[in-house]
Structure formats: C-alpha cells, structure tokens
Design a binder for this molecule. Sequence first.
Ligand SMILES: [Fe+2]
Ligand SMILES: [Fe+2]
Length: 189
Amino acid sequence: MNYKNIEDKLKEMLPEKRLKHSRSVSQCAVKLSKIYDCDIEKAKIAGLIHDCAKYFNDEQVEYSIKKFNIKLDPLEENNLALSHSIIGSYIIKDVFNIEEEDIINAVKYHTTGRENMTLLEKIIYMADLIEDGRKFPLVDELRELTYGGKLDEALLLSFNNTIKYVIERNQLIHPRTVSARNYLLKEIQ
Ligand SMILES: [Fe+2]
Ligand SMILES: [Fe+2]
C-alpha cells in the first residue's frame, strides 16, 4: 500500500485529531531521516501508521490478540495506551500488507522504546513526541536535541522524563523503558 491508500484506510480507524497527529509524525520522521540518513520512505509510512490500533474497541483488541496469538505482558494487558503499539505491529502486516521488519518494529516499540533500538525505531519514537502539534514542558528542548543531531541524547532525556513522570504519579513503569534508558546511558557514556 502506498501513503494515500494507507491514509484512506486510517480514516476509517482513527478520529481526525489522531489522523492529523499521524500525518505530522510522518512528516517529522521524514525530516529526521534526512538528518540521520535513514530510509525516507520507511520513515514516512511508519510515522503515518504507528497509531493505527490506538482506537480499537475491546472486541477488536480481543479479536486481534486471538487471531495473531499476541502475548501481552501484565502491564500491557487491558492497557491500550501501551498495547496499541504491540497490536498495531500485527495490524500493519495484516491490514496494510506491510512486511518490512524495520517498520513493524518501529511501530511495535514506539511507546516504550527498548534496548538497542534501530535508527528507524529511534526516529519514530522521537517524531511521535516532537511533531509540530505536540505541546508539553520539555518539547522545545527535545526538538532542539533531535533536530540538532543529538538523537540519542534526546531519547535519553525523554526516557528519563517518562520515568520521573510515572514515579511522581506512583504509576507502573514498563521495564522496556528502563532497559532502553539504561542501554542508552551506557552507550552515551
Ligand atoms: Fe502511539
Ligand atoms: Fe502517536
């Protein structure tokens, strides 16, 4: 499927607001691919499609989990805010015929990150946070780092920020985010 076909299909799956975010992540991912020499076409598609499962209802979630034999961990279970990335990684293959492992993993890990992320995974993770429509206290600093050639520093700052945020609210932290953060910190040092 090309960009237009995917966009048309997504119109049936996402509300306008989320579609706008998705287009914006795609545009941002393209810009970042030019800076970091990543595959532009893959980044464009991965950005557009990354939230495809974000608005699944309970029935769709259950159906997908059975159909693709998806193993969600205890934190992801009954938590679409986390599981939409895992479920989405199966949907893009099934519904959108996307076979590229690169794109599948960029979608799969866009909410938590993981250890040893690929360039495309990093780009989609950051594009999701810093696309033009995003507003939150740290966003300008993250944009500066990300567009300024400091992708790993941006990721580390973002992981640290996420971890602080969930600790302050006494919420659970996904272990993949902790692993992603530790891995990156060791690499940067
Ligand atoms: Fe998402
Ligand atoms: Fe998103």
